[in-house]
Design a protein. Structure first.
Length: 367
């Protein structure tokens, strides 16, 4: 049965019967009276079915966003997400009608979401992920489905093609040079003297995490979850109990502990209980990765190194291991990748690095 709802832009109550919008006025009681009369006429067959031309999608979006469900049932974050997506789409295709959706239109919008930078609508600095882009496309499809459910459009007025999967070139990971890694490793001797006791302790702790990450290639979330009981210093191994594939494979992952990593961790765990976090705050609780990111940023700024995140330390570990002769299968095991395809991106890094090296003028002057 057609539903009555308040049209925010028209500022009055409306109902769509047989794909015809009826305006019922601003007063709720009068609107309900007119609505019941229209429904009686509809049941008697007195309302003729009109077949208007397909509606502009921008108008459909206005009606959809004014719907009672969108106004009152959906949470405000999702509502604003709908508004941003639909506004962006209508800005790109202002005159598009409901029967003009084709593969070109949808793929153009999808590629825009994946590649456009500084758009200020969806994400400021870079395009969204393929999964996120698909979600935005589904918002558009939801508007068309809603128009069919509410008899605003008929099936012949709506076309929506399947989304073609966009294959974008993989981004080459950012990594630190050997000189930058050495600067980080020796930063402990360069901590500013005016640094207070708490800040000094935080810096030392962050440096230990940086050194451990550069020595093992662990994800920062895995590092902050490490406890004393996860390490076996005699066998030179450690366990990662909370990892990325934990939902599909809950078993702990076992990794080899290098001598350098052992020298970093063992002094920190000498006076700890088994269930204590290796890296914790003053209350003994797990560190927040956001706070660690800010500490890393300050250290890099003091050293004059480009601003990176902890994942770039993981990239640096993998890249330099590959440059030192390790093969992709070994890198895959050390990083804990389930698929070799995730590891193959580091081969592109080394290829680019070697290409730059061989094109260096100093190299060409040797012959």
């Amino acid at each position: 049965m057609p539903k009555i709802f308040f049209h925010k832009h028209a500022k009055q109550y409306t109902v769509c019967i047989n794909r015809v919008t009826h305006y019922l006025g601003k007063d709720e009681n009068d609107a309900n009276t007119k609505y019941h009369q229209l429904m009686l006429d509809f049941q008697k067959g007195n309302l003729s079915r009109k077949s208007p031309a397909p509606m502009r999608f921008s108008k459909l979006c206005d009606l959809f966003l004014d719907d009672d469900y969108m106004q009152h049932e959906i949470n405000r974050f999702s509502y604003h997400d709908y508004v941003r997506t639909l506004s962006l789409f209508c800005k790109m295709f202002p005159d598009l009608k409901s029967n003009e959706f084709d593969r070109i239109v949808i793929n153009k919008f999808n590629r825009f979401l994946l590649t456009q930078k500084d758009q200020g609508q969806i994400r400021k600095k870079r395009g969204v992920s393929p999964r996120r882009a698909k979600k935005h496309i589904m918002y558009i499809k939801r508007v068309l489905n809603w128009s069919l459910e509410n008899d605003i459009l008929k099936t012949s007025d709506v076309t929506f093609p399947k989304l073609r999967r966009e294959v974008l070139p993989r981004k080459i990971p950012i990594f630190l040079s050997k000189e930058e890694i050495n600067a980080l490793m020796s930063y402990e001797n360069k901590i500013p003297k005016f640094c207070n006791k708490k800040a000094h302790k935080n810096t030392i702790q962050t440096l230990s995490i940086i050194k451990f990450t550069l020595s093992t290639g662990r994800r920062i979330q895995e590092v902050v979850n490490l406890k004393k009981k996860d390490f076996d210093f005699e066998l030179y191994i450690y366990h990662i109990t909370k990892h990325k594939t934990e939902k599909t494979d809950p078993r702990p992952k076992v990794f080899v502990l290098s001598k350098r990593a052992k020298d970093i961790i063992k002094p920190l765990t000498d006076n700890m209980h088994d269930n204590d976090y290796v890296f914790s705050n003053y209350n003994g609780k797990k560190l927040k990765t956001s706070a660690l990111g800010q500490r890393l940023k300050r250290i890099l700024k003091n050293l004059g190194i480009k601003n990176i995140a902890f994942k770039e330390l993981r990239h640096s570990f993998a890249t330099h291991m590959l440059m030192c002769g390790a093969n992709l299968k070994e890198i895959q095991e050390l990083l804990g990748h389930t698929s070799i395809k995730s590891t193959e991106v580091y081969a592109h890094v080394t290829n680019e690095y070697l290409k730059k090296a061989i094109e260096n003028p100093l190299y060409n002057e040797m012959f």
